[in-house]
Each structure stands twice: as structure tokens, then as C-alpha cells.
Write a new protein. Structure first.
Length: 481
């Protein structure tokens, strides 16, 4: 009788484990064996160290048990063995500017709660910070659904609704009425379960200061896509992170007034003339580093539309877009590269944004090399050509274009994000004892960074997901849901 009861209990436990992922999620799973051996694989561990050839990674119960030379590895008898000759493994990417929304046109954004979680995971992004939310309740419920195994997607750090000031251009944003409202808003959303905040363009110094103080009091962090407040002013107020880099720092704009977002918040001509290695911009870099302010790189959203014909629109991106979204993106690209429009705006046939983009790359490289904490994200906004997962991979490629080595770029997109989130002891690098958040890539992105697009399997907490199936499941959907 006792033996029968034990068998029943064991059967119940096995069923419980099997049901921890819903049937909808399970159809994307390649492997969920208790023990998996990834053998003969190249390991790019996220620390910035050189790649290690012919390694074996043992994954057990959702964690990395060991990483050893394949010739010396002790592969458990019960392990599911996966031969990965010709493949590389990197840590799961940590997307630090990865919204769940997409531009629908006319300043309105739609929640992509169906397509984006799948695309992030398919692209190798195992952890995200939403970095500004338009539907925070939807994001919070999505996070719960992913954690419960009901939805396929990355681990989520949900950002509260934008902390925006009076005069905002975006109809979906609450406009703060002062510092008391800022404090009240921060505390309310912390109570709802968000764990960080993003300040936006029209917030004033007094509102931003109040929000930062309220967030820090409860252990939360604040980042910002600013305009009315410049980078140095935000650093003085104690901000933790600044989004987008030089493109949105208004301190270098002529005639900038305190607490006012200029009608033209960008001057690409003047921006291109700044020197990241000397003068005012260099001084600002040092200022941010001394005050421990991180910077989030979002190069893909600036590349899209800044260069006639660049980036090349990949077929996989076009295939993911809904018919309406695809038509809008292609039309927007034609309009952005129209010589007559460029000439009318700037008095030249060549867009000055190309020089400004290169300056942004120089700024990010100089900031990182001087000791600043550079983070990586994609920002799926702009003209709609930058989408979840694919854009995160493009961000890593553009970091290499900016001057970083491939392993340095991967380090920025993995370990640096984990460090900022306070989770480097669990994720961000490949090491024994950490969560098994791993990306299996065909090829060698340590030598050819474009290979980072060749994701085949993404492990999140030891469960391996089929990237191709996840992508195929949202074909023609992005822009609608």
C-alpha cells in the first residue's frame, strides 16, 4: 500500500513538472530534459574573454552545472547529449530598452503582447527591461503569464508608465502636475509590481528629482529619455541610467533653457562636430562616470531612417510585419531618403544624420572605454523597422561597427545588463552555478558578429526553445498584436 502511494505521489510530481509549461508553450520546446550536455561547442562566456573552443556545458535542473574542455568533461549517463560541433554558445541577451509596444502611426502605439515576447525569446533575449510602458497592467500580467509557463517569452523587468511632464506630444502618457504627483505615481506603481521607471522628455528637474528620491527610497532605479532636463542635470539629481546617448542630450543645443524641451531637440549638424575625446563632450562623459550613471545604447532605432538604403531591410523582418505595418515601414523609408526633403530641411543632398550617427557610436565607445557602464537595447519604435529580437541582434552588430570587438559587444549586451539589474550573480555570463540562459548559434560570432543572427536554440532556465518555430508563429503579425 505504501509503495503504491509513493508511486502515485511520484506520478503526480511528474505530471506537475510536465504541466509547468502550457501546451501552447510546449510546442516551441526542443528540450526540457533534467540534464543536458552541450558538447564540443565554442563558448563565448560574456565576460569579454576570448572564445573557448571545444567545450562541454552540463545543464542540470535549470542551472549550469559545469563548463569544461570537452576532452575532460564528465557527462552524466542520464544526460541528453547535444553535439554542437560548428556552433557557439553565448549567454542570453539582456535587452535594456525592449518595449512591448510598436508604432501604429500618428503618435499612437499598440501593445504587441502576442508577437514580441516570442520574438524576443527567438532572438536570444532571455531577460528584458521594458524601459517605458504604455500599458503597464498588460506588461505586469504578461510577466506573470510568462513566469507561470503559460506564455513563451523572456524574463521581464517591468517599467512603470512614463514619468512625463506637461506639454507631451504623446496622447497615451499621463502628464505630471508637479513633484507631489511624481512621488505619488512612483509609489503607486511600485505597489503594483513594477521595479523601475523611465522619465521622459518634458519632465522638469523638480519632478525628476522627486521621482528619483521616491524610487531610490524603495530600492528602484530610474532611467530617462530626456529633453527638458539635460544629462548633467539628471546626473546631479541622482538618475541611474540615460537612454539613447548623445542624440537626446540637449545640453549642447544653442539657446537651451532650463526645464524646457526645445522645439527642435536634435541638431545633427552640431552633434557631428563634437569631440568625444576632448572638450565639453569628453567632460560630460567623465561627469556621468564619476556619478555612476549608466548609458543605454539603442543604435538600431537611429540607424533606421538615418541613412538612405540602410539598414538593408531583411526579409525576416518584412515577413514578421503585418501587411499594413510592412507597407508603412517601406513608405517611411522612401520618404526618409527623399533627396528633396533632405535638401529642404538641411540645405544639402546628404543627410547630416549619417555624421551624427557616427558621433553617437564614438560617444558610446569613448564612454565605455573610459569606464562607463554601457547597456544595450533596440527601442522598437521610430518608423517601425526595428522589431523585437532581430533588433537586439542588430544592436550587437552595430556595437562592433562602433569599434568594440565582438566579444566586447556581447559582454555589453549580456553581463553589463545583468550588472545594472543587480543579477550578475545569476545571469549575464556562462559559469557554473548560474541560470542556464544560453543561446545556441550556428557559426562563430566572436569572429563574424553577423553570425549572432543564426540562433537555433534558446535556453531559458534550462529549457531549450526552438527559435525558428517561435519566429514562424508570428509571421505577418507584428504591428497588429
Amino acid at each position: 500500500m505504501r509503495r503504491a502511494m509513493i508511486l502515485v505521489l511520484l506520478g503526480c510530481c511528474s505530471i506537475a513538472v510536465a504541466q509547468s509549461l502550457s501546451p501552447e508553450v510546449r510546442k516551441f520546446v526542443k528540450t526540457d530534459a533534467a540534464v543536458v550536455a552541450l558538447t564540443h561547442v565554442r563558448v563565448i562566456d560574456g565576460t569579454g574573454a576570448v572564445a573557448r573552443e571545444d567545450q562541454t556545458i552540463i545543464v542540470s535542473k535549470g542551472k549550469i552545472e559545469s563548463v569544461d574542455d570537452a576532452s575532460a568533461a564528465n557527462v552524466p549517463k542520464d544526460a541528453q547529449v547535444v553535439d554542437l560541433h560548428g556552433y557557439s554558445v553565448i549567454p542570453g541577451l539582456i535587452g535594456m530598452h525592449d518595449h512591448m509596444f510598436y508604432p501604429m502611426g500618428n503618435g499612437v502605439f499598440g501593445e504587441m503582447a502576442f508577437s514580441f515576447p516570442r520574438l524576443y525569446l527567438a532572438g536570444g533575449v532571455t531577460t528584458i527591461r521594458t524601459t517605458g510602458s504604455l500599458e503597464p497592467y498588460a506588461d505586469l500580467e504578461l510577466k506573470k503569464s510568462i513566469e507561470a509557463g503559460e506564455t513563451a517569452g523572456p524574463k521581464m523587468h517591468v517599467t512603470g508608465p512614463y514619468l512625463e511632464g506637461k506639454g507631451s506630444w504623446a496622447i497615451q502618457l499621463h502628464q505630471l502636475t508637479g513633484p507631489e504627483d511624481a512621488t505619488r505615481t512612483v509609489n503607486f506603481w511600485l505597489d503594483q509590481g513594477v521595479d523601475n521607471f523611465k522619465a521622459y522628455m518634458f519632465i522638469t528637474r523638480v519632478e525628476l528629482g522627486a521621482a528619483i528620491a521616491a524610487a531610490h527610497k524603495r530600492g528602484a532605479k530610474v532611467t530617462g529619455h530626456l529633453c527638458a532636463v539635460d544629462f548633467r542635470e539628471a546626473a546631479d539629481l541622482g538618475i541611474d541610467d540615460l537612454e539613447h546617448g548623445l542624440f537626446v542630450d540637449t545640453e549642447f543645443l544653442a539657446g537651451k533653457k532650463p526645464d524646457v524641451c526645445p522645439n527642435e531637440p536634435e541638431d545633427p549638424v552640431a552633434m557631428a562636430k563634437l569631440d568625444a575625446n576632448s572638450g565639453p563632450l569628453h567632460d560630460t562623459i567623465q561627469y556621468l562616470i564619476q556619478r555612476h550613471v549608466a548609458v543605454t545604447s539603442t543604435l538600431p532605432v537611429f540607424e533606421m531612417g538615418s541613412f538612405p538604403g540602410r539598414p538593408t531591410m531583411q526579409q525576416r523582418v518584412l515577413d514578421a510585419l503585418s501587411p499594413d505595418a510592412r507597407s508603412a515601414v517601406l513608405s517611411n523609408r522612401v520618404r526618409a531618403s527623399d533627396t528633396s526633403r533632405i535638401r529642404q530641411r538641411f540645405g544639402t543632398d546628404v543627410s547630416p544624420y549619417e555624421g551624427a550617427f557616427k558621433k553617437e557610436e564614438e560617444f558610446e565607445y569613448a564612454f565605455s572605454k573610459a569606464g562607463g557602464l554601457l547597456l544595450a537595447g533596440l527601442d522598437p519604435t521610430g518608423m517601425g523597422g526595428v522589431i523585437a529580437g532581430f533588433g537586439d541582434q542588430r544592436e550587437v552588430e552595430l556595437l562592433v561597427e562602433a569599434g568594440f570587438t565582438p566579444v566586447e559587444a556581447i559582454h555589453i549586451a549580456t553581463a553589463n545588463g545583468a550588472q545594472y539589474l543587480g543579477e550578475l550573480d545569476r545571469i549575464g555570463t556562462i559559469a557554473a552555478g548560474k541560470q542556464a540562459d544560453l543561446v545556441v548559434i550556428k557559426g562563430d560570432p566572436s569572429k563574424k558578429i553577423e553570425d549572432i543572427e543564426n540562433v537555433e536554440t534558446v535556453f531559458k532556465d534550462g529549457v531549450g526553445y526552438d527559435s525558428a518555430k517561435l519566429i514562424e508563429s508570428v509571421r505577418g503579425v507584428v504591428g497588429s498584436r
